[in-house]
Ligand binder design. Structure first.
Ligand code: ACO
Length: 388
């Protein structure tokens, strides 16, 4: 087979066959294993949804209890991981800390028995259990505090908020955070998932797979956009400034954070749910000063860019929810990573089932048959400004 057309960003190029999730970008539909995201957000829990994604079917009550119990009993971090984190600079980005810690797990659990179901299960459980603890521990350690030990009696979502804020969360806050995790758990072949699949295809260990995906999620065009949205709302400051801010962005042709998507050409269904979660939180805990700006922004962007299919994506309203839950802005993307670990692991497992190493090709644009020039005869090709 020859496939010679070059598509920047691999737009529209299938890179795998998958039964994990499905997106209909024209109609704003997202399904995990065939179940609509709205239904999962309403009826499921994050751990149950993760089980569905990773093992392919909803668990029975016993299966769910066992999975939950396994995760609860693996939440603690080895003291050496905590010691390693103490050496990280407090000013470092939490995504970099998380990437380093996820990779470091591979030092402790280095066996690569990828054909052993027990090994696979243990890796899934360890990663799902320890990643939230790592995120919360870094947050406390960079403030000079000792990390809070996880609590086995709390749900996945409640335990994370407890470790982060050092107090048990309000039940509504825990429930809403759990839904946020479900919404972010999986989303077909986005950049970080593709990165996890490429890494998985080399048959490396699952900790390296997740670490590479964390590094990819960190970028502002992907998971990092949720942080940038809050910075943008801060910069806009008032509803009156929305129009001039947009004018300026459009004039400079700069991207408006939290808008646009490679696949969705309508409002992302997750953004709709997140907006309603934000409103539920505001009703109980008070309105966020940026919410009116966000709503005005959505309206103004739809008027100007709706014809191009530019509408809010998942990152637009998530930050407003996280702020109300007491999550600092630079932890928004690590929180995304906590949820998406389940999707990455589902794709890791699927990749192993029918693995072939990824090795695409290129269209070479360089020269041929060049002569080697002796050093004394070379002229610099560097732009001098790069060294000044
Ligand atoms: N603001 C303004 N214009 C936009 C935006 C935006 N946010 N997104 C796309 N467009 C415009 C582009 O300028 C382009 O217009 P043109 O055809 O007139 O040149 C057209 O829409 C297509 O845009 P591309 O950048 O080619 O779309 P692509 O599919 O490559 O990018 C992406 C998708 C990266 C998400 C883009 O929409 C973007 O940068 N958005 C802002 C960052 C963001 O919110 N990222 C989070 C995405 S969700 C996630 O990863 C979890």
């Amino acid at each position: 087979m020859t496939f010679c057309e070059y598509r920047p960003g691999l737009e529209g190029v299938p890179v795998t066959q998958s039964s994990i999730s499905f997106v209909d970008g024209k109609n704003g539909i997202l399904e995990y294993r065939g179940i609509n995201i709205e239904e999962l957000a309403r009826l499921s829990t994050f751990v149950e949804t993760a089980y569905l994604l990773i093992w392919g079917a909803l668990p029975t009550a016993d299966e769910l209890e066992e999975f939950q119990h396994e995760i609860q009993s693996h939440r603690r971090l080895k003291y050496r991981i905590r010691d390693m984190m103490k050496c990280f600079p407090e000013s470092g980005h939490p995504m970099d800390a998380l990437q380093a810690c996820a990779a470091a797990l591979g030092l402790f659990y280095s066996r690569r028995a990828l054909d052993d179901p027990t090994y696979i299960r243990a890796a899934v459980v360890r990663l799902m259990a320890k990643i939230p603890t790592m995120v919360a521990a870094f947050q406390l350690m960079r403030k000079g505090n000792d990390p809070v030990q996880p609590r086995d009696d709390l749900s996945y979502a409640a335990n994370f908020l407890y470790m982060l804020n050092e107090r048990e969360p309000d039940p509504l806050a825990a429930q809403i955070f759990d839904i946020c995790l479900t919404l972010h758990a999986e989303h077909t072949i986005n950049a970080s998932t593709f990165s996890s699949m490429v890494t998985a295809s080399t048959l490396t260990d699952p900790y390296g797979v997740v670490a590479s995906a964390v590094g990819t999620l960190a970028g502002p065009l992907h998971g990092g956009a949720n942080e940038e949205v809050i910075m943008m709302l801060e910069e806009i400051g008032t509803v009156e400034n929305v129009e001039p801010y947009l004018d300026n962005c459009l004039e400079k042709k700069s991207k408006i954070m939290g808008f646009g998507h490679r696949v969705y050409k309508v409002k992302d269904p997750r953004a709709t749910i997140l907006q309603s979660l934000a409103e539920q939180l505001f009703e109980k805990f008070g309105r966020d000063e940026y919410y009116d700006i966000a709503v005005a922004m959505e309206k103004a962007v739809a008027e100007r860019l709706g014809h191009k299919g530019i509408y809010p994506n998942v990152d637009f309203y998530s930050g407003l929810v996280y702020r109300k839950l007491g999550i600092p802005t630079d932890l928004f993307t690590p929180v995304f990573a906590i949820a998406r670990t389940s999707g990455w692991l589902a794709h890791w497992k699927e990749q192993l089932n029918e693995n072939r190493i990824f090795r695409p090709t290129q269209i070479y644009t360089g020269n041929h048959a060049q002569s080697y020039i002796p050093i004394e005869k070379r002229q610099s090709s560097q732009d001098e400004s790069c060294w000044s």
